[in-house]
Design a protein around this ligand. Structure first.
Ligand SMILES: [Zn+2]
Ligand SMILES: [Zn+2]
Length: 379
């Protein structure tokens, strides 16, 4: 890959650092709003990364894994790709604010509509199907595949899950993975981006504040952690970078899609509007709060079956609603495991789908903790 294939697209104060990865010599920069491919004729990246961070996170060092350091799919050439750079920080804040506040307001609106009889079986089906699709995008794609490498799959399938996850409006995939890896490394300690416990004040007011911070407040705080160190593998993955950069467009597409389907099924503009509201906006609202509850509720309420060195809990309600993610103490004890519901009665929809993919040859290198490791960590 020659340097002449790249060009510098933009600069801004939001630029934190340009860096060069050993593999493929592709330069990147990471802003607080996400990770972007940088091109450099003039801006020479200055920092080389190693993947030691992956080992400390149990992402590439699980003794149970067959080939633990494998990437989920091969990186492709990015030499001629032109990538839109730089979203200013204030735009990110505004976007986050809209993503968090508009859905609840819309929910109030559609509840009034539903009260008036304006919720049809088509709307319910659109809400349910978009919820399942985008929730699995987060749990299987963002979390178990991209963040923890708990299994490997083909490029198009990985991309499909990443796109579905992006429709959930929870942030670009590489940024999401970086924040989540930081959460695991510092779980419930000072540098955890969203702990309900770390740094909270005493008394019930401190508890409530800690809970609200872990749930959604952290989205508005400056995450000043050195996020780029957590994702060298994903920065080297051209498909992941492309999907990461397309995040705002994918969110909008995910809102419009159920509207189009609703409009076509009912052959009416009202059907399109209601489909957009129920399958797009309300669905984002519901999944936001289910996902955020893993960070808040599942570090406060539930059982602790394994020694995990933090406050993570197994919460059955979110085990079901979040398709297995609520078995959060299991997950913190064995972060690389593709299966979070480790007991037969701990329903884990995401695991059932990964296992099905494995049976038909579409998932490989599925990682599970050995019986010895399970026994050793039982609290
Ligand atoms: Zn956690
Ligand atoms: Zn995790």
């Amino acid at each position: 890959m020659s340097a002449s294939q790249f060009k510098l697209c933009a600069r801004s104060d939001d630029l934190l650092l340009a860096l060069r990865l050993d593999s493929g010599e592709r330069p990147f920069y990471l802003s607080r709003s996400g990770v972007f491919l940088l091109h450099t004729i003039s801006a020479k990246p200055a920092l080389a990364l190693d993947d030691s961070i992956l080992q400390t996170l149990d992402i590439a060092s699980d003794g149970d894994a067959v080939r633990p350091a494998e990437r989920c799919h091969e990186p492709q050439s990015t030499g001629t790709e032109h990538v839109e750079l730089l979203r200013p920080l204030y735009a990110t804040r505004v976007f986050t604010m809209l993503a968090v506040t508009v859905p609840p307001l819309a929910v109030v609106g559609v509840m009034l509509l539903a009260w008036g009889g304006w919720m049809t079986s088509v709307d319910l089906a659109l809400l349910g199907s978009m919820y399942v699709l985008t929730a699995l995008g987060v749990t299987i794609g963002f979390h178990r595949l991209y963040t923890h490498k708990s299994f490997a799959t083909r490029g198009p399938i990985a991309a499909f899950f990443a796109i579905c996850g992006s429709m959930s409006a929870q942030g670009p995939v590489i940024w999401w993975a970086a924040v989540h890896r930081a959460h695991h490394q510092h779980s419930d300690r000072e540098q955890d981006p969203h702990s309900p416990h770390a740094g909270r004040a005493a008394g019930w007011i401190g508890s409530v504040r800690g809970f609200l911070h872990a749930h959604a407040g952290w989205l508005f705080a400056d995450v000043r952690a050195d996020l780029r160190r957590y994702v060298p593998d994903l920065l080297a993955d051209a498909t992941a970078v492309r999907i990461n950069n397309a995040f705002p467009y994918i969110v909008v597409a995910g809102i419009l899609l159920p509207g189009i389907v609703g409009g076509l099924i009912t052959a009416s503009w009202m059907g399109a509007l209601l489909g957009t509201l129920w399958g797009g906006v309300v669905r984002i609202f519901v999944l936001h709060h289910v996902t955020w509850s893993i960070n808040s509720v599942c570090h406060v309420w539930g059982a602790r079956e394994y020694a995990s060195g933090d406050h993570s809990r197994n919460n059955p309600i979110f085990g079901i609603l979040a398709f297995g993610e609520g078995w959060h103490n299991n997950h913190h004890a064995f972060p690389a495991s593709a299966r979070h519901g480790l007991r037969w009665w701990q329903l884990d929809m995401s695991w059932l789908i990964i296992r099905s993919l494995e049976r038909i040859g579409l998932a490989k290198k599925v990682r599970l903790p050995s019986p010895e490791r399970l026994a050793a960590r039982r609290g």
